[in-house]
Design a protein around this ligand. Sequence first.
Ligand code: SF4
Length: 383
Amino acid sequence: MPDIYLKKFKHLSHFTGWLKGLPLDIPLDRPVVLKPNLVYPISWKSGVVSDVRLVGMLIEHLRELGVRSITMAEGPGLGVDAAEAFIQSGFSALSREMNVPLIDLNKAKRYSVKWYDGELQLPEIFRDAYYINLPKLKTHLNTLVTLSLKNQKGLLAHTDKKIFHRNGLHRPVAELLSAVRPDLTILDGFLALEGDGPLAGGRKVKLGAIVIGTDPVAVDSAGCRLMGIDPMEVEHLKLACEMGLGSVEPVIIGDQLKDCARIFKRPEMELLRIMGLHNQRTPLACSMCGGAAREGLISSAKKPGKWVRNLMPVLWQMAFGRINFVYGREASLPKDRQKVIAVGDCTRHLKDDPGVIWVEGCPPSPEMLVVAFGKLRKRRKCV
Ligand code: SF4
């Protein structure tokens, strides 16, 4: 098999026909485990999470080939309600309709493997299975892009996810590929995401491109180029290449990269400014801490009757002042300290500073953020 296949589609319904023509050598005598990307509760139509249509077509194809055992398995992000993520993405319905189990990896039985930083706990279900990784094509606020290597983070136990962030993400994400390697990767860029994704917003892009290959580094390097990004700019891809885990100069069969690519808006790696809200994150911050503030605002807006007293100070500050959300390991206080909400256990060292409202948790729940909003009127509080 060559390194990768690339195809640009006008209609996703043509995906099955293309798939049938590829010599993928999927074994029929092993269970197949599909690992979609369902990071938090949002519809597949957003471009943030896996597309149920594509995964449904893949399941049909596998069954036609004669694969007897198919399972979908995903471990949504820290602090996320997995059942809600499965429902809102449309995957619970897909699981029912196609009679394919959907497993929450956050509750999975695990086995230990040795790796560069001691031991890692991986889900038992992937041990002897033929593993198909199904990442989305997205830019990412922490790691510039999130593709197949980063999608493997969903395999981890919560404790290991936190260690990944403490270790700066890129090295552990590259090393994870030595510990567990997909047999096949299908990178879905039909509906992609650009800008400050995936939890801080981002904008859906109908790119139409899908990449398939057995070398995840090759697939991701093509994914980067589809977004107008040099793969060597992405530290974990550069590391994976240097470690000999794959090629960033793959042979591509199918459509030409130049005919499929588009320059994606990059994530803003410094400050996000939305009216009076200023997000100040460190490079070691998890997306979940940043997402908690956004989710808190959304849940306040959805239940105004319940949260109106807490929401009003935020709206007032947005209109006439400034609120700084600070999060991530090694976070420091901004120069302008009018109103600071320090989010998550990583910012515990800031909690005694005058003017700081500290929100405990790793990550804190959106509800904790809403409670913190209500404290904005007061000078200093911990939540
Ligand atoms: S507190 Fe937030 S940034 Fe720190 S490890 Fe937990 S989730 Fe990540």
